[in-house]
Design a protein around this ligand. Sequence first.
Ligand code: ZN
Ligand code: ZN
Length: 249
Amino acid sequence: MTAALQQKLVLSLPSLFQRIDAFVFPPLCIVCDKPRQTDNRWLCGDCLRQLIAGITSRDGCPHCGQNRAVRSCTCAVVWDYPFDRIVSFVDYGDTAQAVMHHVKYQGKRHLARYMGQVCAPYLDKSITDGVDIVLPVPLHWLRRQQRGYNQAEWFARGLFEDVARPKVHCGILRRVRRTKTQTKLDKSDRRRNVAGAFALTVKGAAAVKGKSLLLVDDVITTGATTAAAAAVLLAGGSGSVTVVSFARD
Ligand SMILES: [Zn+2]
Ligand SMILES: [Zn+2]
């Protein structure tokens, strides 16, 4: 055996072991737990197709972002949000819940970014045209430290990876108060819970004046959190705020 062939065999061993490992222990889809192809990231082909079909077939309300085929909204009559509109990609159904569980509680920040990349082709140019600053809804520093990252920021980074799109800016807004979990609260309690939870940073106060902003969150339920954040941005002189979320409950 020549030295070159020996070297080639040694170099190809790790990839051979990886292939055997993937054959014996195939990676599982995070949604359906079935084995997935190793070249699919996180989701199996079926679940990814289903997710994308959910995005493309979704009849989102152009104001509040709710799926009109699932739930009727009253936003044409009553609009009590400080921001202009909500644009959401998917319903917060089983698939989005499984994804968000892995993102928030299993440390999978790259999955949040991947979801941004998956959604990116479906973000209409009319939403991003004229936007000066994209910013994620911040977490309180203690929550961020516990989780190690802000999932809304990683989703935003995936969504705005294309250089032709506005860049994501962090450090504009901060969460100054820790709020209790919103899951069991109704809309008015949620609004009280998050009132005064956000403030502009020194950099943010100088940056947002007269600017058109796009505020990104992972999941929106009643919109109370994004409303509290948007109110601070508008009070700081920003021209307009549009909200974009991965999922809409
Ligand atoms: Zn699957
Ligand atoms: Zn609506």
